[in-house]
Design a protein around this ligand. Sequence first.
Ligand code: ADP
Ligand code: MG
Length: 256
Amino acid sequence: DGAELVKQAKGKGKSHVKKGELGGGSFQSMGLHPSLLRALTLRGYRAPTPIQRLTVPALLASPPRDLVGMARTGSGKTLAYMIPLVQRLGGQHSTAFGARALILIPTRELALQVMKVGKDLSRGWHAGSGGDHAGDGESSTAGGVLRWGLVVGGEGMDDQFEMLTSNPDVIIATPGRLLHVAVEMNLDLRSVQYVVFDEADRLFELGFAVAMNEILGRLPSSRQTLLFSATLPKTLVEFAKAGLQNPKLVRLDAES
Ligand code: ADP
Ligand code: MG
């Protein structure tokens, strides 16, 4: 019922993560698809940061569980949710209708940065290079590289409509524009299985709370929902209690 989350979130400035949990761990020990491991190496990511070490295995565990990740700016929160996202989507485009993942983020600039990280991780994916890692979308036909779609302010609505007809696997959006598109273009979000609220504290500061709640109402209830933030103010804890199901809280000290 979220009571534990509130209790943990209230501990001021103190991590509930024991020091020992930060040691050890490597990308190689996380059961990642070989294509994903190769992409990480190619990009020069040699070892996971503490937030990645604690969240990636948790997010890939079965059954899927919701998660709140709190760590300072620059701690590597993007890969913390992007690695599991690419792995869960099987690294490839699905011909089934509708986006399978949704990332909500405060600004167009951040959306572009995050899309680049995602594209870098999923480019050059070889489906056959290591066992069955098909992820959740295995009932549908995989075909070609993952498709990414931006739904952010500052782009023409016509261009965004055009983009959405290409059936992107992942939508990266600012909440205001996404809600607008969902209402005006009847964008169906019921296929979304993996939802990320990135920079959630800034989403709130920018006044997106109402839009975010509207979007939650358009998503299927059987989904994995993640919230990442540098800070966890009370409004955010309330939002997480309402929109996430019994989330695991990963909270790191300022130095981590
Ligand atoms: P946050 O979202 O927590 O502010 P970012 O995800 O933007 O942090 O990452 C901050 C920087 O750290 C980026 O330049 C990113 O490329 C780098 N980075 C992230 N993870 C790793 C890693 N495992 N190894 C090396 N650099 C990393
Ligand atoms: Mg970030």
